[in-house]
Design a protein around this ligand. Structure first.
Ligand code: FAD
Ligand code: NAI
Length: 465
């Protein structure tokens, strides 16, 4: 029977980062993965393919709508099969990259579905049904999440799709109804909108993107509306009927009132994701998921000795970089080091155009905590690089403690903010004041100057115009 220091169940960002760190620290590690490739949701049907399509569709839309302003006259024609092919090739290159890192760090990839079969024991059933039992001092659960369903809306991956189906539609829909104005709905809705689909988003709440700073979310909704998105807020979907050519969706106001029928060629169901623990054998070690299916943990330890859990299957934001942070901290703790995750500094990004990025507290959270804060805000319309690039939509808003000036949060909407939020993550990790950032020289002309100008705004001395 094969013996390991650590067996990790699930080969996504949580699982593969845990395995690589284990290899680096000299622990004998194996990853059990039931899918045909490593990389989990993120690499195969999540972060990576969605960003590949967002990048390609953004360039298509720029060629169709923005190049003429720059003096470049082109009429782009869409080659959807090629767009899908380059997406698939990028994904394959990335999943192969994980295989390479496993070999480099002496990590075993055990192919098959893993089931915990008691303390220190994992049974693996491969595609042919052959069962192998492995033994380990530590088991790390990194089984991730799956799309949440909605009663009355049956995903057939033909006309009614989830995020996986929406990444591989065979044609540009004439019309697309998106259920849920969250990150998936707006990112994948953007892909198809840019390629020509009429996109209507039906959202239960009276706002889009819950969790995002409200002022930023309002600006974001206005920007998407300008791009042709239609929103039906405070509305609930009560049923869906698919035919060969389209879908009829029954929608009711949340506050009550008459139902209406919306029709579209395709429907994307994107109302959140739920933790995945099916067939995992948690009962064999006495671990009980909470009411919503998450595995409760304390510093990545479950209630069973030697059994750990990280990533989407545990509480917290369902983000690849959160899973990665936990992976490293969990393995370092197993190796006797002091693993640490700063849960207050986990950034969020929506990769639309404009992009939205934030880290730390929102204004609403600070108000609810009764914490006195000052805000500095700087519009991209006043940033010289954004102006010459014709990308002036959006702003950066810095929130700092009214007494100590420590940066408590930053909220950005505009060009390239996904690449800029990291500066504030570092600053906040070092507990910077807004003045620290305001007095740090930034290169001119760059969009990053807006980071500094927003910090200068906290004390009211922004300069750039
Ligand atoms: P997963 O990546 O879900 O991996 C779990 C793995 O475990 C899977 O490969 C699964 O096959 C395997 N598994 C499950 N059970 C078993 C078992 N019993 N035996 C063996 N294997 C098993 N996050 C970001 O940070 N940035 C983004 O831009 C982003 N974009 C996204 C876009 C989409 C469309 C989606 C759906 C998600 C996106 N996410 C993004 C979220 C991100 O994909 C997840 O947060 C991340 O993948 C979680 O990592 P994980 O390792 O916890 O789980
Ligand atoms: P989400 O939680 O971001 O948004 C779901 C939305 O659906 C919410 O606005 C919610 O109010 C709404 N909703 C829920 N039930 C509804 C109903 N019955 N009818 C209408 N609306 C309803 O979930 P989403 O978009 O599915 O994404 C899941 C997770 O995947 C995200 O929370 C995020 O963690 C991750 N993700 C991250 C990305 C990134 O980092 N850029 C990109 C894509 C996904």
């Amino acid at each position: 029977m094969a013996q390991y220091d650590v067996i990790i169940i699930g080969g996504g960002p949580g699982g593969y980062n845990a395995a690589i760190r284990a290899g680096q620290l000299g622990l004998k590690a194996a990853v059990v993965e039931k899918g045909p490739t490593l990389g989990g949701t993120c690499l195969n049907v999540g972060c990576m393919p969605s960003k590949a399509l967002l990048h390609a569709s953004e360039l298509y839309s720029a060629a169709a709508n923005d190049f003429a302003t720059l003096g470049i006259d082109v009429t782009p024609s869409l080659n959807l099969p090629q767009m899908m092919k380059q997406k698939a090739e990028s994904v394959t290159a990335l999943t192969k990259g994980i295989e390479f890192l496993f070999r480099k760090n002496q990590v075993d990839w055990v192919k098959g579905a893993g089931k915990i079969a008691g303390p220190g024991k994992v049974e693996v059933t491969d595609a042919e049904g052959k069962v192998t039992t492995l033994e380990a001092k530590n088991i790390v659960i990194a089984t991730g999440s799956e799309p949440a369903g909605l009663p009355g809306v049956e995903v057939d991956q033909k006309r009614i799709v989830d995020s996986t189906g929406a990444l591989s539609l065979p044609e540009v829909p004439k019309s697309l109804l998106v259920i849920g104005a969250g990150i998936i709905g707006l990112e994948l809705g953007s892909v198809w909108r840019r390629l020509g689909a009429e996109v209507t988003v039906v959202e239960f709440l009276d706002r889009i993107t819950p969790g995002m700073d409200t002022e930023t979310a309002k600006t974001f909704q206005r920007a998407l509306t300008k791009q042709g998105f239609k929103f039906k807020l405070s509305s609930k979907v009560t049923g869906a009927k698919a035919s060969k050519t389209g879908v009829k969706l029954t929608v009711e106001p949340v506050a009550g009132g008459p139902a209406e029928t919306l029709e579209a060629e395709y429907v994307l169901l994107a109302i959140g994701r739920r933790p995945f623990t099916e067939g995992l054998g948690l009962e064999s070690v006495g671990v009980t998921p909470d009411k919503r299916g998450f595995i409760p943990t304390d510093h990545w330890k479950t209630t069973a000795p030697g059994v750990w859990a990280i990533g989407d299957v545990t509480l917290g934001p369902m983000l690849a970089h959160k899973a990665e942070e936990e992976a490293v901290a969990c393995i370092e703790t197993i190796a006797g080091k002091s693993g640490h995750v700063n849960y207050g500094i986990i950034p969020s990004v929506v990769y639309t155009a404009p992009e939205v990025a934030w880290v730390g507290k929102t204004e609403e959270e600070l108000k609810a905590e009764g914490r006195a804060y000052k805000a500095g805000k700087f519009p991209f319309a006043a940033n010289s690089r954004a102006k010459i690039n014709h990308e002036t939509e959006g702003f950066i808003k810095v929130l700092a403690d009214a007494v100590t000036d420590e940066v408590l949060g930053v909220h950005m909407i505009g060009p390239s903010v996904s690449e800029m939020v990291g500066e504030y993550c570092v600053a906040m990790e070092f507990r910077a004041s807004s003045e620290d950032i305001a007095r740090t020289c930034h290169p001119h002309p760059t969009r990053s100057e807006a980071l500094r100008q927003a910090a200068m705004g906290v004390e009211g001395w922004t300069m750039q115009a």
